[in-house]
Write a protein that binds this ligand. Structure first.
Ligand code: KMH
Ligand code: ZN
Length: 284
């Protein structure tokens, strides 16, 4: 089945925090454990089925502290049915070996970026050996990766990864096109559709996100082409021209409204768990 034609409903991922924005400049950014859980609950109610988490420390700085990561996973898992995905990308300054330890927090899913990319003024490092090691560890721990694609070349690197390492745990292959990062692939429908055309046939679902101004054009393009959506303050701090996002819920609710209008309503968390073949780690 072509992934471009398979989606009757829309998986909405929320990426509420990221590693780039400063709490001092963006008060609405959820950076404490309490804010993260409150955001997760509100976004689930608004239509999200998956949450992509970056954790902050007590000073609101990005961290890969294992205790804080576990606290975040457990807190969101106890309060919601969302698929809990941890970022293994962290911040551009995070060392590769520390990024691998994210899996110790036992998330349902983890991000896995398919290659190095420009990232604003920095470089987001994802060398081949790191990708393979992260993928193998995810397979062993039965964590479902979301393959993140910041460049068209990353689509080809995904092909190589699947050839050399096989399918993820559960057999589903879900990718997210992250478009509009300064210096990486632009957030235009043309580039998104070129990436979709290159996807390996093993891909069972794809989503897209547009950074900053690319947000709404990419929402519209992805829905039109049969894809899913990632929204949230990691990627976009403005709701509209001159209007800052005041809560991640607003971005999820708008995405859910647009998806419903085009008759691809939000996927429930149980549908998302089935679509991504997520192992059930819930305790409640
Ligand atoms: N913060 C970026 C350097 C991921 O979460 O895996 C990387 C990123 C991708 O956000
Ligand atoms: Zn991220």
């Amino acid at each position: 089945m072509s992934p471009a034609r398979s989606a009757a409903s829309t998986l909405i991922t929320v990426a509420p925090t990221g590693a780039e924005s400063a709490k001092a400049e963006v008060a609405a950014l959820p950076t404490t454990p309490e804010e993260l859980v409150e955001t997760a609950v509100a976004c689930e109610q608004a239509g999200a089925a998956l949450i992509h988490i970056h954790v902050r420390d007590r000073e609101h700085q990005p961290t890969l502290d294992p205790v804080l990561l576990k606290e975040a996973v457990d807190g969101v898992r106890e309060a919601t049915d969302l698929v809990v995905q941890l970022s293994t990308g962290g911040a551009v300054t995070d060392p590769l070996d520390q990024r691998l330890t994210v899996l110790d927090a036992d998330p349902d899913s983890c991000s896995l970026t398919c290659g190095t990319t420009n990232f604003g003024d920095g470089v987001f490092l994802n060398p081949w050996g790191f990708m393979v090691e992260l993928y193998r560890q995810a397979q062993e721990r039965e964590v479902v990766p979301e393959f993140e694609l910041f460049e068209l070349g990353h689509v080809h690197a995904l092909r190589r990864l699947l050839d050399e390492c096989g399918l993820p745990f559960g057999g589903k292959v879900h990718v997210d096109f992250v478009t509009g990062v300064p210096g990486a692939m632009p957030g235009t429908p043309e580039v998104l559709l070129a990436g979709v055309a290159m996807l390996p046939p093993e891909v069972t679902s794809w989503s897209a996100t547009g950074i900053g101004r690319a947000h709404l054009p990419i929402v519209a393009a992805a829905l039109s082409a049969g894809g899913h959506l990632r929204v949230g303050m990691e990627d976009n701090l403005m709701y509209a021209k001159g209007q800052a996002v005041s809560h991640n819920r607003e971005l999820v609710a708008r995405a859910a409204e647009i998806a419903t209008l085009v008759q691809r309503p939000p996927m429930s968390t149980s549908e998302a768990r089935a679509a991504l073949a997520i192992k059930d780690r819930r305790t409640r």
